[in-house]
Design a binder for this molecule. Structure first.
Ligand SMILES: N[C@@H](Cc1ccc(OP(=O)(O)O)cc1)C(=O)O
Length: 197
């Protein structure tokens, strides 16, 4: 059984859509996956946004969840933590540094260019080094800082933009973006070919 945790800001738009979509795919394909979602800046018990629910309904996907503030219990529960943006990933890793080996942005985890994967690993190591040095009152060396900036410049963007407060169409576009990654995620985890749609 694979346990996957999706993370966004409020846990009322993006990560609940991702959670519901993956759970539905797992059900349809009989895949051994458990899914949860949480927000880095939210409180427990908020309903999923109306537009997100409408988009899910349009895809015939049930949704009956409510928001959960991220905590050590859900991070420890997960085998894989997939965030909607790099900002969420940084936030999460600052609070739960032990989760470094299982935490990725959704798009980063599902993209396949090896050179980009290597760049991301190097960048994450540099950020970890930076945080450790800062905690001890130090700084990165000028070479490390230059390298960090170079990597930041050349790594493609992996963020799924926040549709909060936007139109139903914005939520649809966001859901389509998440759905594409979901097919790639299943292909990566189970070697199935992504669905053509
Ligand atoms: N902006 C909201 C919080 C919020 C942010 C983003 C958001 O979308 P998502 O659930 O996709 O992170 C939902 C809620 C507030 O001011 O309280």
């Amino acid at each position: 059984m694979k346990r996957i945790l999706f993370v966004c800001t409020g846990n009322t738009c993006r990560s609940p859509m991702a959670e519901a979509m993956l759970r539905e795919q797992a059900r349809l394909r009989s895949l051994p996956i458990e899914v949860r979602s949480a927000g880095v800046s939210t409180v427990d018990g908020l309903p999923v946004s109306e537009h997100a629910r409408a988009v899910l309904r349009g895809r015939s996907i049930p949704d009956d969840g409510s928001s959960t503030a991220i905590g050590s219990d859900s991070v420890e529960w997960a085998d894989l933590v997939l965030t909607m943006t790099t900002g969420h990933k940084r936030h999460l890793l600052q609070r739960f540094p032990n989760a470094i080996d299982k935490t990725f942005t959704l798009k980063e985890y599902t993209q396949t260019d090896e050179s980009v994967v290597a760049d991301i690993a190097e960048l994450e190591a540099l950020y970890t080094e930076w945080h450790m040095k800062q905690a001890l009152g130090g700084q990165l060396s000028p070479e490390e800082r230059n390298r960090l900036l170079e990597l930041e410049r050349r790594i493609p963007g992996f963020d799924i933009a926040d549709p909060f407060g936007g139109s139903l169409e914005m939520y649809r576009i966001c859901a389509d973006e998440i759905a594409q990654s979901m097919d790639k995620l299943i292909a990566k985890l189970y070697g199935e070919s992504p669905k053509a749609d």
